[in-house]
Structure formats: C-alpha cells, structure tokens
Design a protein around this ligand. Structure first.
Ligand SMILES: *Cc1c(COP(=O)(O)O)cnc(C)c1O
Length: 428
C-alpha cells in the first residue's frame, strides 16, 4: 500500500458503502445493534429468509405429520437432492453431483471410505500439516480401518513459514506411494487459497485421486470443481452459507465416479423409487445422493433453503469481488492506523491467494480478542497468536471495518487488553 494515496477517512468508508451494489442484502440479516460481527467464517448470521424456511418446514411437520415426506412446499423426501442442486452453482458442479447431507467430518469419512483404495505400492494418504484437526482425525481413523499405521501412511506436506502451504511442495509430495490426497481449499488460519486447479491436474497426472474440504471457501469464493476435474469435495454450511449451528453440510462427487459403490451404505443412499421396497440388497442412487446414509436432518437443513436463495440473487462472483475489496480495504486501513503496534499479516496479501478473512498475528492476540469483544467487535482467536477477521460480503459494511479498526487502535493505545488474561476461552 502507498500511504500517500490511501484515503483513511471515515467519509471514504461511507462512500464505499454507498457504491456497494450488494449493500441491500444486509437488511436480510438479523444484525445486533452495537455489535460488529466479523466471525461469519465460524458461524454465519441468521437471515430472515433462513428463519422463514425453517418455520415453513416446521409447519409442514405440524400440518402433515408423516405425510410431510411427500407433501408441503418442500417434501422432505427430495429435500437433500433439491438443496444439492441449489448448492451446485456455488462450486461449479452439475446439480446431480451435489448432495446436502451430513457434516464435514462425516462426509470426509464417507468420501475416504469410497475413494481411498490402497493397491500395490500406492497405499498412503497425503494431507498437509496446517489442516483442520478433524480432517486429520478422520484420515487417521480411515487408515487404521484399512489396517495401516497413520504414523507411516499419513503424509503431511510441511509449511515453510507456519502459515502457507506451497503448491510446489504439495506436488513434490505426490510420490508413487500416494493413493489419495485431501486438502483444504482455503486454510482455516491464514486464509490462503490453494490453487485447486493446478494441484488437481498434478495429482491426476500421477494417477492420484484428490478431494478438497471447502469449509472456508464455499459461499465466499467461486469454484469450478467440474472444470478443474476435482474428484470429490466436502463442506459445512454454517460458516459463510449461514445455515445455523450444526446446519447440514454437503458433498460433491465428480460425475465420472458415478456408479462406484459408496464405502458407507445406508438406506437414504438408495434409488428413490427402490428405497421403500425394503430389500436387503442395496440399490444405490445413480448420482451423489448415493453417499447419504440415514434419514436427513430436515430441520437442520431447512434454513439453507432460504439462505441459498440469497446467494442465488447476489451471485457468488459478485460476493467474491466484494469480499476481496473488503479484506483489501481492511488490510490497508490496518497498515495505516496500526503501524508499529506489533501486528503482522499472516494471510496472503495477493488477491488471488487470499480467501474470505484476514489473519492478524500478535503476541497478545488472545487478550486483544477479549478486549475487542468487550468493545462490541466479534473476531475469532486461533491459537497460538492469530486474530481472524472476516468481513462477510452479504452483511458487513466498510463503515464497520473503519469503526472496528479504530476500536482496535484505541484498545492498543490505551492498553485495554492488559486487563484480560492472554489465554483462549473454551471456544475460540
Ligand atoms: C469448520 C471446519 C470443519 C468442521 O467440521 P464439522 O464436521 O462440521 O464439525 C472441518 N474442516 C474445516 C477445514 C473446517 O473449517
């Protein structure tokens, strides 16, 4: 950033809001007076439409009882498929390649059970050392289930700086012993986007199956999973997709894999017309729906109906553009206002590599977060020293960014953070 050209005034922030063509979406959300919420990458906020769709499905239970499976505005029997089709445009997939089901962890188990096929020399799984712990636990247990020792068979690409994973290093890790690769689209701490297209092409050149965890990208950035020929993907919906705590997640299976037998079978993975024949021979669905297991969590999927409508109207490319503008503005303002206060950007500075949040590192990060919360700014802390700030394109404003940075400046100038312990809370 060039200090002499950056406009740090409050008026400029307000001007950016006036020019924002997505600004009206903020009114769709329940925003709390006096609170600046920058934690939409951990738990997105409730929209009025998500609330309405939840109440619609609750009402179909009230009205129809068991017949709600086939009756009402959104019959429950087809809900997961319907929501999968609605999600597909967000990730560049065909409708039948996506199903809304399970959670990230459960879906990763399901995908690994199907796509990890150790054979001959190819017996190892490649991940990275900065990945979200739950993904690693799932891969470790899947290795054990197939009789392998995770200590020797789970390879984790090392980070050079503790923040990023270099694509070159991932590709170097693709030895002829690797059967499967699982990586995040966006790293949950630094917010780095991995070049999914490049890494996928490199994996396929070596005959390796590759899947991605999209938790920190779905709803924030656009994807072209089909075009990149990604084999599979999993995600949750309670972050940028605003489906509510524990909202039902989703998975993507590339069309070319249709017909493969899922590793973990269950009756909701059946062909719809066969499911209620109640035979003991399973007839799986001929699309991503085959990877469902038990009865869908209808009430936890319901908010997505309303929420996805908002994404459809806003357009994910537009949201990505605004998100990048916002994180760029936030970084510029922080560089300008918080100079010499000990903050370091742990996120990529280049637009093409930056996801939906910024990651500020500081030795006092844990207690700075507590001071921010006390002052009405909701960040989230990631051990050991990171402050994640996610301006959500659907509901945050440049005005909020300006005010939050000035609140942070005051906290630092007045040493307000010193009244707190520099230790994380149970949930941080
Ligand atoms: C949030 C998140 C998860 C959480 O998984 P759940 O099964 O929904 O609890 C997993 N992986 C990543 C990368 C995440 O960001």
């Amino acid at each position: 950033m060039n200090d002499s050209t950056f406009n740090s005034s409050y008026d400029y922030a307000c001007q950016l809001d006036r020019q924002d063509r997505l600004a009206s979406f903020r009114d769709e959300f329940y925003m709390k007076e006096g609170i600046i919420y920058f934690d939409g990458n951990s738990l997105g906020l409730l929209s009025k439409r998500a609330e309405k769709s939840l109440l619609t499905l609750l009402n179909s239970w009230k009205q129809f009882g068991i017949d709600g499976w086939m009756k009402g505005e959104y019959p429950w029997y087809e809900l997961s498929e319907h929501l999968g089709a609605k999600t597909a445009p967000l990730i560049g997939a065909a409708p039948e390649e996506v199903i809304v089901t399970g959670s990230t962890t459960a879906n990763l188990h399901q995908m690994t059970a199907a796509f990890y096929e150790p054979k001959g020399k190819k017996v190892k799984i490649l991940a990275d050392e900065l990945t979200f712990p739950s993904d690693i636990y799932a891969l470790q247990s899947q290795l054990k289930l197939k009789g392998y020792d995770p200590r020797t068979h789970l390879l984790q690409v090392k980070s050079r700086d503790g923040r990023m994973i270099e694509e070159d290093d991932v590709i170097k890790g693709m030895t002829d012993e690797v059967a499967l690769i699982v990586l995040p689209s966006v790293l949950y701490r630094s917010g780095q986007i991995l070049d999914m297209k490049r890494v996928t092409a490199a994996a396929h050149k070596r005959g390796i199956v590759i899947g991605f965890d999209l938790c920190h990208s779905i709803g924030a950035i656009d994807h072209k999973l089909n075009e990149w020929d990604v084999d599979f993907a999993v995600w949750c919906s309670y972050k940028y997709l605003n489906s509510g705590p524990g909202g039902v997640g989703g998975l993507y299976v590339n069309k070319k894999h249709f017909g493969r037998t899922p590793g973990l079978a269950g009756w909701f993975g059946s062909r719809k017309d066969k499911q209620f024949d109640m035979e003991h021979t399973w007839t799986p669905a001929e699309h991503a729906g085959a990877y469902q297991m038990g009865t869908p969590h209808i009430l936890s999927a319901a908010p997505l109906l309303g929420s996805l409508e908002i994404f459809e109207e806003a357009g994910v490319e537009n949201l990505r553009k605004k998100s990048l503008d916002m994180t760029r503005y936030m970084m510029d303002l922080i560089s300008y206002e918080l100079k010499g206060m000990g903050f370091v950007f742990g996120n990529p500075l280049e637009d093409g590599r930056r996801g939906g949040h910024i990651y500020l590192e500081h030795n006092e990060a844990a207690r700075i977060c507590k001071a921010l919360k006390k002052n009405g700014v909701i960040p989230d802390f990631r051990a050991p020293n990171g402050i994640r700030l996610a301006p959500a394109a659907l509901y945050n404003t440049y005005d909020e960014i300006w005010r939050a940075v000035h609140i942070l400046k005051r906290i630092m100038e007045e040493g307000q953070y010193k009244q707190f312990e520099n230790k994380r809370e149970t949930i941080a």
